[in-house]
Design a protein around this ligand. Sequence first.
Ligand code: THU
Length: 154
Amino acid sequence: MERGGAVTEIDERSLIAAARDAALKAHAPYSRFSVGAAVLLNDGAVVTGANFENASYGLSLCAETVAIAKASSEGRLADVIAVAVIGGMQVDGRPAGSDPVRPCGRCRQVLNEAAGIGRRDLIVLCAGAQGDAIERHRLSELLPNAFGPADLGL
Ligand code: THU
């Protein structure tokens, strides 16, 4: 839930848990790198996504993009306040490892669409598939001087 733009520690843990659950649904038979994303909305709802690869590799979609597209298609693009991203190489079909996964450049721009339409800087939590470590970022730090809706008059 939103409290002065912050996300409580409980929210952080549950958002990362939701991203970890989502990563189990990744369709990633080519890279064998499963990613899960969980987007927190301003009423506490959570929208998840997992990477969705394609045999034509370049058509693959990242987890964050899937989650933001889901939120948008539910009419909630302006309500996004935070996103948790986790991932890791598959071991026995499940993502493993504790290195944090950070959004790729394209996903940063996709996240910025939600930030711009919602007029708030997003919280971006990055974690591994396993472990307790959390990296906390702001989208404006990951994508400074971004091009966004405001540049087109929105
Ligand atoms: N991937 C994501 O889902 N999100 C990112 O931010 C980085 C990369 C996916 C894309 C591809 O399916 C796999 O991870 C390996 O690049």
